[in-house]
Design a protein around this ligand. Structure first.
Ligand SMILES: NC(=O)c1ccc[n+]([C@@H]2O[C@H](COP(=O)([O-])OP(=O)(O)OC[C@H]3O[C@@H](n4cnc5c(N)ncnc54)[C@H](OP(=O)(O)O)[C@@H]3O)[C@@H](O)[C@H]2O)c1
Length: 326
């Protein structure tokens, strides 16, 4: 089968498409014929050796996909050949097939296409956990989303609106902000051309926002934290800028603000029952079309390197999905 391969940690451009042995389903496993795999920022980090997890080499990046069950291992009775499924894996999704623990397989809803299914889990689960469990976002509060046109950002906008918040989306271009508005943002800030703090003061009448969803870090985190109200919460979701900011702790003291870490993958492992409930919540929201993963591009496997490079260099809106069979 064809797979995008990382033979050594390093620049994304070093990844190559190679012919590798097709995986075999061991006991308790299934092999999925991948129809669509979504790109996520951690895929770009993992191949460069910059992610908290470093897989054994060589490996294929790619953490979420949708497809069809192609083989079923011994002891798996609840899945059948041909079942349409979605899966989240540590890596291995940017390939024609992937072997998956059968317990990690989720049925693909009948009314969901492969590209949408591939782009749902990681970002929406992260943002639901961040806003509901960590920030405890309340109805009527104001939510600021940084990097709002990215994968977790759009999910945060949609879920923030569903939780009854006023949502301010910040991103670096008008095209990105237009996508944020399409997905429900009430107000937008172009933080490449406008002063983030001044605009937030103006939009909130100097009261400040209640929650900041920060997946970008760098020079944006501190002004965003300074623009929070009494009791404001800053969610530390990621550092897409590559720069981990050092925040003066007096900012926490002054308005009893909280700086809260979010690590959805680890939380989900520690709380499988809560994670299952959140998954059902997301599927229910999808059924009523209250959430819609922002798949903006679908590309063949041989364009995956270019797509990953564009994602890592800020040139993508929403999510790119790779189609291994195209
Ligand atoms: N904590 C968790 O559990 C968890 C789970 C999933 C993802 N994450 C993290 O969340 C972050 C976002 O992931 P994602 O998949 O949503 O990524 P994404 O779709 O690529 O979005 C990231 C956004 O960050 C902004 N950005 C600002 N400076 C950037 C730079 N120098 N390079 C690239 N992007 C830059 C971009 O928006 P503008 O151009 O508008 O600024 C971009 O849209 C990543 O750091 C990822 O590791 C964390």
């Amino acid at each position: 089968m064809k797979a995008l391969l990382c033979n050594a940690f390093g620049p994304i451009e070093n990844l190559s498409i190679e012919e590798v042995a097709a995986p075999v389903a061991g006991p308790g496993q299934v092999v999925v014929d991948i129809k669509a795999a979504a790109l996520n920022f951690p895929d770009a980090l993992i191949v460069q050796g910059l992610y908290q997890v470093k897989p054994a080499l060589p490996f294929s990046p790619g953490a979420e996909f949708a497809g069809v069950i192609k083989a079923v291992g011994e002891g798996v009775h609840h899945l059948m050949l041909g079942d349409r499924v979605i899966a989240l894996v540590p890596h291995g999704g940017l390939a024609e097939h992937c072997v998956v623990d059968a317990r990690a397989i989720i049925p693909l809803p009948a009314d969901m296409d492969y590209a949408t299914g591939a782009a749902l889990l990681l970002t929406y689960c992260t943002s639901l956990h961040a806003l509901q469990d960590v920030a405890k976002l309340a109805q009527g509060e104001t939510l600021l989303v940084l990097g709002a046109a990215g994968g977790v950002g759009i999910a945060a906008i949609e879920i923030g609106k569903l939780m009854g918040a006023r949502v301010i989306a910040a991103a670096s271009s008008e095209a990105k902000l237009a996508l944020c508005r399409e997905h429900g943002a009430d107000e937008t800030i172009n933080y490449a051309s406008e002063d983030l703090r001044e605009r937030l003061d103006a939009l909130t009448g100097k009261r400040g926002v209640d929650v900041v969803y920060d997946a970008v870090g760098g020079a944006y985190s501190e002004p965003a934290l300074r623009a929070t109200a009494w009791g404001g919460r800053l969610l530390v979701v990621g550092f897409a800028t590559g720069d981990i900011p050092r925040i003066p702790l007096n900012l926490a003291l002054l308005k009893e603000r909280a700086i809260l870490g979010v690590y959805w993958g680890d939380w989900a492992k520690r709380n499988p029952a809560l994670q299952q409930a959140q998954l059902l919540q997301l599927l229910s929201w999808f059924r009523s079309r209250q959430i819609m993963p922002p798949v903006t591009e679908q590309v063949p496997l041989h364009d995956a390197v270019d797509a990953l490079q564009r994602m890592a260099s800020r040139q993508v809106r929403g999510k790119i999905v790779v189609l291994p069979e195209a």
